[in-house]
Write a new protein. Sequence first.
Length: 251
Amino acid sequence: MPNIIEVKDLTKKYGELLAVDHISFSVKEGEIFGILGPNGAGKTTTLEMIEGLKRPSSGSIMLDGKDVERETEAVKAVIGVQLQSSSFFEALTLTELLDTFGAMYNRRVDPMELLEEVQLTDKAKAQAKELSGGQRQRLSIAIGMVNNPRVLFLDEPTTGLDPQARHNLWDLILQVRKKGTTVVLTTHYMDEAEVLCERVAIMDHGKIVSLDTPRMLIEQLLAKGFSKPVLQQKANLEDVFLATTGHALRE
């Protein structure tokens, strides 16, 4: 598949701090691409520069054939964004919110169709302030899809969610990709990256230190002689939790 995002020698400085340090990578059209790393690694800053929300100190970013720095508005028209902490007009209903965001893109939207995609039709008339954490995350993805984006950016989309809500959101992200939308996400959950991402870039201290498929990165580590001190169990506590309480989403 062709590249829909191309990042070359990208940097971001805050005074003496080099938050993003001369990174280069590409994202293929239609893939789910993950950016991993500890807090302060530069993940969110990188996403914000690609989205046109922050200006790079140097380097270039092309998205869908557009220069992000020179054609910022054209780029914003073809992307959807779900932020780490989404703020809504809390007194508006979900249908009113989706209509409002559609108007911002000069688009007529079908709120119920979008809500059906994220399993929130039963909350159509509820106010945003009445939603649970998982429901807010699903609503933020619906809002991100209002303009039928070529690329959807998700910044730590499942942080703070219970296991059922996390797995439900994984299914939703996979459904978004099936529609042909490219997804770029950051996450602290390695199991999430293994399940969702075709390729991942691992960042540390502003640099990309590894980039490949999850399987290849694991095999490269094993080839260096790595082994766990204790054999991993075939199940973990999350498996017990889901087997005991069920996979169904709780509201």
